[in-house]
Structure formats: C-alpha cells, structure tokens
Design a protein around this ligand. Structure first.
Ligand code: FES
Length: 276
C-alpha cells in the first residue's frame, strides 16, 4: 500500500499531481521511467508518469489527467488515502551526462510532467536547460515553478494568449532554433502526439536531434502483451521496454495517433458508467 502525502490540482481538478510514499521506487527510478498503478483490488492497471522523485524523502511524484474510470477513481483519493499497487520503475532511463551545448526542452499539456523529470536529470548532470512549456490556457499550465528552478531560460506559451506568448510552443522553438540553433545540442519534446509530431517536423528542418516520449496504450508495462507497439525507424518497438523515449525523427506518429484513438469511445463509456 502506498500512502498519498500531498495532492495538488490543476485545470479545475482535471489534472492531478500526487506525491506518494514509495521509498524503493524513489531510490531506483531514473528520469524517463514510469510506474504502473492499481488503485484498488478490482481496479485495472494504468501507467503513470513520474514527474519527480526524492530518494532521501522516499517519495515519488505522479501527474495524471482524468481521462477515464481509473484516473477518475485515483483523483478521488485524498491525502492520507492509499493506492493498492505501484509497480516500477519501468521503461528505459534516459542517458544522463554533461553535454557541451545547451539542451532545449519543450513540453505541452501534461507532457510537462515527464519533461520535468528528464530536464531535472540533465540539469543535475551539469547541463544548461532552455525550457518552453505551454498549454491551451493559463489554468492548464502545470509545473511552472519546478521547471523554472532547473532552467536558465524559460518561455511560456498559451494557445489563447491568457499567459505568456500567444501561440504554440512550436513557434517559440522554431524562433530559438533559427536564431541560435548552433548553441543547442539537441531538443527534448514531450506532450500530445500532434505537438511532438509538429516539433519533429521543425527540428528535422533545423537538423536537430529530438527525443520524444511516447504514450501509447499500455496493459502490462513489461513487454509481454504487445499493446504498446509503435513503429520507430521502420521497426516495431514496445514503448514500455524499448522506450518510452525514442528518436522523434524515426517515429511513425500517424500510426500512433490512429492507435491511440482505438479505445476513446470505450474509455468514455466506462467513465460515464462509473460516475452514473
Ligand atoms: S504494455 Fe504490454 S508490451 Fe508494452
């Protein structure tokens, strides 16, 4: 059992940040990894993003958006409540080392949570981080303070102009790469699939390597079921064991978008039944 120590809501409660006590996972997990949780004994297993870990405090921070029955159930848990199972860390850690040039990190929506864990890892490895984070409107922007703490330069965008630059993260990224692309070692772009695809279209033009984090449907999270398969460089990969981070220039984003839409209606019906 894993107790919830802190809970924070964003976007009128539709995005939730919880810090849980999980000393073993906090000690072992590295940036880029995730956990699979089960809220109670009859619950389904779902993968969740690790936004941060504190090995000394023995805590792990998880961020999720309410998209279905299980995330709604988890969001109903409060500080002091327990989550039945948390399995992890899963997935391949991102290699952390000091690079000569700056790293440009770009995050959209809840993707900023994964981005934070990875950017923090690069920062702690001695790198300079330029960050661009965005959301559709100000209230949907997450982890601004946490990203500020690890960035030497930070840009914020909102689609509707309610905060920061009025427009998309891709526009600011394109400007930075055009003006000072030579100072950038590579780009990390994490967010909705369409955003990552748009980022990669731009970084291809600038010939700048781009790491993305894929979030296909997952079942077991251990490479056994094949649910999370993605096409990367013409090969089938399982995001849960070969990723979730990949070279964005090799990812077949159109196929990923199609596969992600497969169960949207079932998810909606399941959520509707659970709140009826
Ligand atoms: S979730 Fe089953 S193989 Fe990846």
């Amino acid at each position: 059992m894993y107790v919830i120590l802190d809970k924070k809501d964003y976007a009128r409660g539709t995005i939730v940040n919880i810090r849980i006590e999980a000393p073993e996972i906090a000690k072992k997990c590295s940036p880029g990894q995730f956990v699979v949780i089960r809220v109670n004994e009859t619950g389904e297993r779902i993968p969740l993003t690790i936004a941060d870990n504190d090995p000394l405090a023995g805590t792990v921070t998880l961020v999720f958006q309410i998209v279905g029955k299980t995330t709604a159930l988890l969001a109903s848990r409060n500080v002091g409540d327990f989550i039945m199972d948390v399995v992890g860390p899963l997935g391949k850690p991102v290699e952390m080392k000091k690079y000569n040039k700056k790293i440009l990190t770009v995050g959209g929506g809840t993707g900023v949570a994964v981005l934070h864990h990875i950017a923090k890892g690069y920062y702690e490895a001695g790198n300079e981080i330029i960050s661009i984070i965005g959301s559709r409107t100000k209230s949907y922007l997450i982890m601004e303070e946490e990203m500020k703490r690890i960035s030497t330069e930070m840009h914020i965008t909102t689609d509707d102009g309610t905060y920061g630059f009025h427009g998309f993260v891709t526009q600011v990224m394109d400007m930075i790469l055009s003006e000072r692309g030579d100072d950038i070692e590579f780009v990390v772009a994490i967010g909705p699939v369409v955003m990552m695809k748009a980022c990669c279209d731009i970084t291809k033009r600038h010939n700048k390597k781009t790491i993305v984090s894929l979030n296909p449907i997952m079942v077991d999270g251990t490479g056994m079921c094949g649910a999370c398969r993605v096409q990367v460089g013409g090969e089938t990969k399982f995001a849960c064991v070969h990723g979730p981070q990949f070279d964005g220039h090799l990812v077949d984003f159109d196929l990923l978008i199609k596969r992600q839409r497969t169960y949207i209606e079932d998810e909606r019906i399941s959520l509707f039944r659970s709140i009826k």
